[in-house]
Design a protein around this ligand. Structure first.
Ligand code: BGC
Length: 764
């Protein structure tokens, strides 16, 4: 443990630790130890900001495209750097010897603790301790404490701490580093340092106010300076406290930014560390009370799952649609902070089941950009709304069109032109949200409009084929990005069909209940019954994929004719080695699959396929998939389980749950693999815990692997909170509900009417 902070630190199952200083793992831990609260994400850098560290501070929804091919998530000024120079030597893991080093991420309170013992060139030791958190209670507030004790000699120290606006976005090869903000005000208000920066393009302002104080003995004094000198006696401890508040012009009017930021920080320092820490803890407890999952019997899986949930919790914000979660959340700049289908298909279910308000926000992000999606469709000659493959602030397409590789070659990116399944993925999330929450108001005012406009897009996207008398969808990339520009990708076609038919069904259902509202909606967007009839005709005639004798679905037209190459060897995670010199071009000529594609379809539209189909397709594609995307293993875990391969399901689960913790994909500088966070949750809850929506009924049919003795989870279902505890042969449920009613659930395969507000047990 870290002695001086022991009283703040939670039990072991909540802690992720770094036990020694290994420079090679610096970037990894910065990503893993990112702190945040949905509004802001701050990479877990060491406060001294050593050489080669990467300070990253990201505010949800702040993008800028200055100097970049497309808009990117801005790396905002860093508020946590804190440098101490003692008699000319910087107290720093690179500059000094590290005698011991430990950091602890306490996931229960979103707090990062540290103790490092340093030794300078004159063999004098320093005991350094720090703690910091970005409050979950007040999203605009961050608090730090730093304790320094010279152990062998007195010390004259100079501290340097600032809201560091010199940070840049890392940029890509052809763009280099970029600064997206300029300081428009730097001043002092009483003892508070105030800095306001503004993005170049959209002039979004962000105000930082920070208050620093130091205490030696009983005396605490403010330090309103960027650098400051202090004398510390041998064995004496200096206690620094830094309070930081951060507001953007999205949060408060520009005219009030300064006042609001300064006031918050002044109030914070009057409250003091302990009270703020406690408020933060209470706010986190509220989140964990619903989101936590306990797996008894396997502490590694238990902790790994919790780590993934921690990162989901710091990624999302309950505000109305200004932003959503990018592929790397707020942990770094991979994919320039853009939002992909990763959000709706991978992360979304966690929120829909555990925090429907956030799930709604994620959908509202798309709804607010429906006009931009309409524009995209129009530009490309289609109707309705077509969501961009990569999205940022405006909802316009922001996929870069090309990039330069390290070997100098120019790689053209085609996903924006062809990876059109994103549109039905968004529709899928809308429908999924409705199934889980039953929120009709949302559907009437927002959801149905998205369903109809996406359906309209697909009806215009499909092309009539005179020969087959069916509708083809040509020139697409399915989830498997190894095969570009294909025709009739099974995933794309069947999801498109589903999108259209689901939209029509929802229209009919909602129209009968809310005739006036739905009539208005149809008028507003100009949808007529005739048009819908036409869509239904197209959807029912969409070209379906070829299915071979073994019921294997052909991934796209011509896939079966591609060259089959056997996957020869697996790495220590049971993942296939990437074949030597397999270029993207060559991969396209083979049956190698980058990531779950047909398997993705079988998972999402599970009710539409038979068990035999799942088993056979799983076997077939499992031996062809290279899992070159972190999105793949979770879906394979889920399908393996359905296909009865529990050992395989567990292997895949272990990979996805440890994707970041064990740095399985090897790109920690880019940030956390946010889709795989959500994939882990789905593999545990919708997979092993067997909590699945099937034919509109929530089913609970656990298949806990190996040593998982018990699993406990909570989730919302149609506005009621279900607390579920399960072992192999027993499920106990407590349904909290305001209404006195019964809930139909399918438990261990049979339909049960479960009473509310009463603990009930079921046996296999
Ligand atoms: C995957 C996509 C994913 C994107 C962002 C790509 O490598 O193939 O499916 O959306 O990464 O995570």
């Amino acid at each position: 443990m870290i002695k001086v902070f022991n009283k703040y630190i939670s039990a072991k199952k909540w802690l992720i630790t770094e036990d020694s200083w290994e420079p090679i793992k610096q970037t990894l831990y910065e990503t893993l130890f990112t702190l945040g609260n949905g509004f802001i994400g701050s990479r877990g850098i060491l406060e001294e900001a050593p050489y080669d560290c990467y300070p990253g501070t990201y505010i949800s929804g702040i993008f800028d495209s200055t100097g970049a091919q497309v808009a990117e998530l801005v790396n905002m000024p860093d508020p946590v750097n804190f440098k101490i120079i003692s008699t000319g030597e910087k107290i720093d893991v690179v500059g000094m010897d590290v005698v011991s080093h430990k950091r602890i991420l306490d996931m229960k309170t979103g707090t990062l603790f540290r103790r490092t013992v340093f030794q300078d060139t004159k063999k004098r030791k320093y005991d350094y301790n720090s703690v910091r958190f970005f409050s979950m209670d007040e999203e605009h507030l961050a608090v730090m404490k730093i304790l320094l004790k010279p152990l062998d000699d007195e010390a004259d120290i100079t501290i340097e701490t600032a809201i560091d606006a010199s940070v840049t976005n890392r940029g890509v090869l052809t763009e280099g580093r970029k600064n997206h903000t300029e300081t428009i005000e730097l001043t002092k208000i009483d003892n508070v340092i105030y800095r306001c920066v503004q993005t170049y393009e959209n002039k979004i302002q962000t105000a930082y106010a920070s208050y620093l104080s130091a205490k030696i003995g009983r005396k605490r004094m403010p330090i309103p300076e960027r650098t400051y000198g202090l004398h510390i006696k041998k064995g004496q401890t200096v206690h620094f406290e830094k309070y930081i508040s951060i507001y953007t012009s999205f949060d408060v009017g520009q005219a009030h930014l300064k006042d609001t930021a300064a006031k918050t920080v002044k109030r914070a320092k009057t409250c003091g560390f302990d009270r703020l820490f406690n408020n933060n803890r209470v706010a986190w407890n509220k989140k964990w009370r619903i989101a936590n999952i306990n797996i008894k019997g396997n502490p590694e899986s238990d902790k790994a799952l919790r780590f993934n949930i921690y990162h989901l919790l710091i990624a999302a914000r309950e505000e109305n649609g200004r932003s959503s979660i990018g592929a790397k959340a707020l942990t770094s700049e991979g994919y320039r902070g853009h939002i992909f289908w990763d959000t709706e298909i991978f992360m979304f279910p966690f929120f829909a089941y555990t925090n429907p308000k956030i799930a709604e926000n994620m959908l509202m992000y798309r709804y607010h950009r429906l006009n931009a999606a309409r524009e995209i469709a129009k530009e490309k000659g289609y109707k309705g709304a077509m969501f961009p493959w990569e999205s940022a602030d405006t909802g316009k397409e922001v996929t870069p069109t090309w990039y330069k590789d390290l070997d100098g070659s120019i790689i053209k990116i085609k996903t924006d032109k062809m990876e059109h399944h994103i549109t039905s993925d968004v529709a899928y999330a809308v429908s999924h949200y409705y199934n889980i929450t039953g929120n009709e108001k949302f559907m009437v005012y927002y959801g149905l409009e998205m369903m109809l406009e996406t359906a309209r897009f697909w009806a215009s996207r499909a092309e009539y084929n005179k020969r087959t008398k069916t509708y083809d969808i040509k020139n697409v990339i399915g989830p498997d990005e190894f095969h570009e520009d294909v025709t009739n990708n099974a995933y794309t076609n069947i999801m498109a069909k589903w999108n259209v038919l689901r939209a029509i069904k929802l229209y009919r259902k909602l129209k009968s209940k809310y005739p006036e509202e739905i009539t208005n909606l149809s008028k507003n967007i100009g949808v007529t019954k005739d048009e819908m009839r036409h869509w239904a005709h197209i959807a029912s005639s969409i070209t379906l994929p070829k299915v071979n004798r073994d019921k294997v679905i052909e991934q796209f037209k011509g896939y079966f004719m591609k060259r089959y190459i056997k996957i020869k060897s697996l790495d220590s995670n049971f993942m296939p080695y990437y074949p030597h010199k397999l270029s993207l071009d060559f991969a396209g000529k083979t049956q190698f699959v980058k990531q779950a594609d047909v398997i993705m379809l079988l998972y999402l539209l599970s009710d539409h396929f038979t068990l035999r189909q799942k088993i056979n397709n799983y076997k077939f594609y499992n031996s062809r998939t290279l899992h070159k995307s972190s999105l793949s293993p979770a879906i394979y875990s889920l399908t393996a389980l359905e296909a009865g391969d529990i050992a395989g399901a567990l292997q895949y689960f272990t990979v996805v749950a440890n994707a970041d913790l064990k740095d399985i994909h090897g790109s920690p500088a880019d940030g956390i693999h946010a889709a795989s966070l959500g994939g882990t949750w789905q593999a545990a809850v919708n997979g092993f815990a067997g909590i699945r929506l099937r034919r509109k009924i929530l089913c609970i049919n656990p298949r806990l692997p190996g040593d998982w003795k018990e699993l406990e989870a909570n989730l919302y279902w149609k506005g009621r909170l279900l607390s579920i505890k399960m072992s192999a042969n027993k499920v106990t449920i407590f349904i909290k509900s305001k209404k006195k009613d019964m809930l139909d659930l399918r438990i261990f395969g049979s339909l049960k009417r479960v009473p509310v507000n009463k603990k009930v047990a079921f046996y296999r």
